[in-house]
Design a protein around this ligand. Structure first.
Ligand SMILES: *Cc1c(COP(=O)(O)O)cnc(C)c1O
Ligand code: SF4
Length: 338
């Protein structure tokens, strides 16, 4: 595909690993770059001590200079409100630890499993329900991956594997290509789904190495991106999506409903519209999981339903994501407001 001058930041020579290693990890540096003062925001070093600040430069460039309320900034800046303790919020809100039959696998729904392919992320999202996940225990040896694959082989009801994490695309292509080839050899697995935020925050992740193994697998593949606000979408992301589409991969999006980030009908409608312009289909709008430290992002349930109805009134049905919540013990996500 020809690379236009406007897409130079993701030219063929750029390397996503270099961008990943150059993530901003200091609140001072981040705020300085945005022309903001630490005193203006309730930045909390203590919150950053347990879950560090981490954001790629390319994502920072999409934040608005001088705006302390920027919806992208809010997703990454550690603030004092995270330290509030709330008895209704837990460290494992969706009770994943109960569904970890072998290391590296979360099997909760009947015919699809999560594979925890990488413990790392390119960005640390403050609302993330995995902020307390015991990733160290899920760091896999080759032997453990073979055991995980055996688990899949012995469960004929599983027809879809979902690469998850952390962020699965933080893993290198050599490993992903090996793992995918192993999964492909299991006849009852038909689909491969990749849940990732990495191409959103570092679009150069969609490079020729990644496309090579994705294109060559017999598995029908779907990439589910994670975008919360229209401002996260820029030309370089559109370029990356186009490459996925050209490789025959469907691209969907899931969003988390977040106070102060996207809790208005206009923000949600603008997001759906922009996703469609970028050839991405809205899939899920998640209600926040009650994770300790993220209470300040929560929205009362009746307001969430209200926002959803407004979206329905302003968008064609195919641009309205499903409003869902993850309820521990359910056989699927639970659709809200129907
Ligand atoms: C969300 C989720 C899935 C995928 O569910 P879909 O409704 O098919 O998108 C699978 N496993 C777990 C544990 C999940 O949380
Ligand atoms: S798992 Fe996803 S939501 Fe959580 S920190 Fe990583 S990229 Fe953000």
């Amino acid at each position: 595909m020809p690379i236009s001058p406007a897409s130079q930041p993701i030219n063929l020579f750029s390397d996503w690993k270099a961008e990943l290693s150059q993530c901003i990890t200091s609140a001072e540096q981040l705020l300085q770059q945005l022309g903001l003062r630490t005193e203006d925001l309730s930045v909390a070093q203590q919150a950053a001590a347990t879950f560090p600040l981490k954001v790629p430069q390319s994502f920072v460039e999409r934040m608005e200079f001088g705006n302390p309320m920027d919806p992208l900034l809010k997703q990454v800046l550690p603030v004092e409100a995270e330290l509030d303790s709330n008895p209704n919020y837990s460290h494992d809100p969706v009770q994943e630890s109960q569904y970890n039959p072998v290391s590296g696998i979360v099997h909760k729904y009947r015919n699809r499993v999560l594979m925890i392919v990488s413990p790392n992320c390119a960005i640390n999202c403050r609302y993330c329900f995995r902020r307390h996940f015991p990733y160290q225990e899920n760091r896999q040896s080759k032997q453990q991956w073979l055991q995980a694959l055996d688990y899949l082989r012995n469960k004929p009801e599983i027809n879809e594997v979902i690469y998850s994490g952390g962020d699965p695309l933080a893993a290198n292509d050599h490993f992903l290509s090996w793992l995918t080839a192993q999964i492909e050899s299991i006849a009852h697995i038909k689909r491969l789904r990749i849940h990732t935020r990495l191409p959103v925050v570092i679009p150069s992740r969609i490079d020729s190495q990644l496309l090579d193994w994705l294109r060559s697998t017999r598995l029908k593949s779907i990439v589910v991106l994670h975008i919360n606000h229209a401002n996260e979408i820029d030309r370089s992301l559109h370029n990356a999506t186009s490459k996925l589409l050209d490789a025959g991969i469907r691209v969907l999006n899931q969003t988390v409903l977040l106070k102060g980030v996207n809790d208005s009908a206009s923000a949600l409608v603008a997001l759906s519209e922009k996703l469609f312009d970028t050839d991405i289909m809205p899939y899920y709008l998640h209600l926040l999981d009650p994770v300790q430290g993220a209470g300040h992002f929560d929205i009362p349930h009746h307001l969430a339903l209200d926002l959803y109805r407004q979206m329905q009134a302003e968008l064609p049905g195919f641009l309205v994501p499903k409003l869902v919540r993850e309820n521990p013990g359910e056989k699927s996500k639970t659709i809200q407001g129907s």
